[in-house]
Design a binder for this molecule. Sequence first.
Ligand code: NOJ
Length: 752
Amino acid sequence: MAAFFGLIVNPYMTSSIAAPANARLTTEQRVQALLAKMTLAEKIGQMSQLNASDGHAPDYLGDDLRAGRIGSVLNVVDVDVVNELQRIAVEESRLGIPLMVGRDVIHGFKTVMPIPLGQAATWNPDIVEANARAAALEAATTGVNWTFAPMIDISRDARWGRIAESLGEDAFLASELAAAMVRGYQGEDLSAKGSIAACAKHFAGYGASESGRDYATTNIPENELRNVYLPPFKSAVDAGVVTLMASFSDLDGVPATANEFLMRQVLREEWQFDGFVVSDWNSVRQLSVHGLTANDRDAAFEAATAGVDMEMAGDAYISHLEALVSEGRVDIETIDTAAANILRAKFRLGLFEHPYTDPADLPPIASKEALQTAKNAALQSVVMLKNDHDTLPLNAETMSSIALIGPLADAPYEQLGTWIFDGDPELSVTPMHAIHSLVGHELDVRYVRAMKNSRSRASEAFDEAVEIASDSDVAVLFLGEESILSGEAHSRADISLPGDQAELVRRIRATGKPVIAVILAGRPLTLTNIVDQVDAILFAWHPGTMGGPAIADLLFGVESPSGKLPATFPRMVGQIPIYYNQKNTGKPPTPDTVVHIDDIDAHAPQLSTGMTAFHLDAGYTPLFPFGHGLSYASFEYGDIRVSVEEIGLGETVTISAELTNSGDVAAEEVVQLYVRDLVGNVTRPVRELKGFRRVRVEPGQTVRVEFDLHTDDLAFYGRNMTLMTEPGEFHAWIGGSSDAELRTEFRIAASK
Ligand code: NOJ
């Protein structure tokens, strides 16, 4: 393959399109110059992306590449094959246009980072950016120049398997982290080696699939769409994301792939996006399955006119767009715009200058830095949900033995989670191995898997588990979901611990030994049936390659847990959708209005005035709220202040509070700012996250944490769907979770 590097023989590559002599042309001039040379078929070719997932792609795609009928391929990660595909495109096609080479690089490549939901639990944009950077560097060694990430669908439904891939339930947190991911993948210079194009997906509303069933219908009123589901996409666009992917889902009766409102009005007109939109896998042809169109030709018409620039893994465009243009149904401007959007991305990626990949230009796979990045991310992603009587951290010096029990203690593949096409389980360090390395010289470390996998219903091995627990100072249970239980098309209706895990917990509890649950999972789980049976819970998501060492360090207090929940944990499935930034309703629940069905002395009277908004069997609070996460330090918040009580539109108020670490270990805390706009042109959430900051506080230290809030930060879409900030009263809370109690107030004056 060495012959490819730098050897470019296509005449167009040395002509006015890409020659250094013309480097002074702007990207736009180069796009237009190239477009002017293209035939209709070549333009439509750019709009087509094909699967190239086996090693023979050059054989079966070669002729189409030579004829300019392919703009992009996906799922090829053999650098020699990628270079050969690029060589055919660049040297043997008439115009020599290089290929976008796409791949789902969702949370790492060979080195796997925590699942995106776990990354969101770090509340740390620097960590998220570093993860994406490390993933880009590894993926780029194969010639992949485009990842289908970040996935930034807001989800308020943990049944949905794809919540694992998301950044959680909150628009503000997801927006901050979406921008960080885009920066990480695309780097400071998109054309630099190791930078790859990002793709914000799935545009839009996919996370609201009915009952969390993947691909199911979504019905989202425009106001909610704009206030909740679209902000992360706007943030990704502002961060310079080169591409977006249209969602599979049906939004209010118009599937996203044919949704002109989303792609033309919002994305192009309002946000001025000038990259390109790719469909999801075969989602153009699926418009007919949805029942929106009768055949592939109509599907191609709907998708192209709505603004899908490139069709992924389907042939509706290549088969029908030419005819649709000749019939006059599709304007040539539509085709020109789509092709130009794609070419613009290719120029920005620098593909015309360096279409080929030499892995030697990039760091090796699983470099020391990549593994350290993965460990840092895992460390900060773990959320300590409870820690009664300071059961954690464990002190190896005062113990002699530890029992490790459960199907996920030593499961190198399972700890990687969903979407790890290229992830290498051989690189995984499991908790069992990491605990051995950390304390094996001091402690007797015993291990019983107890269950074949997380779903097993066979309990024969429980006796052995009980035996080692009884003989040890402490039992650590590694529970949760194996990786296949979350991800695309892997939704669950019951999100409690699967199989006989709850029974295993009960059996170990009965030994009387301290019990710690380390839970690895792709989603929030309903833990109601085990939460009182354990002394402490570390919720580790699927923590990736370096999950083991991170968990070992947290268990033994080398580091303090500092993750915070990016999604609410319900008590039971029937509470879903449950999320912190709900509306107040006309009948908000309070502790004294709640009646519980199991309380035989009480009853909820039937009154003509009604009662309040709660469930008879679940109340109205979650098991663990958004933003929750404990520490080995003791954090106390106090002295909340506003810089001024009243500001005018266009001004900034500073809200601050003191944070004291009254414990005896240094630790990081994610300080969170929530705001409520008391009266609005449309009803406003009871709280909204408006700022967060990770701070390290030494024992005995007090720091003041400040947040600047500009009135633009308080803007929302009102009844007429325009973004505006309304004068009025606001409440603000600072604390360590969404149920923070430390409150202050300020006002925006009508005019000042
Ligand atoms: C379908 C998924 O919805 C999307 O997220 C992914 O990028 C594509 N398949 C390509 O694998």
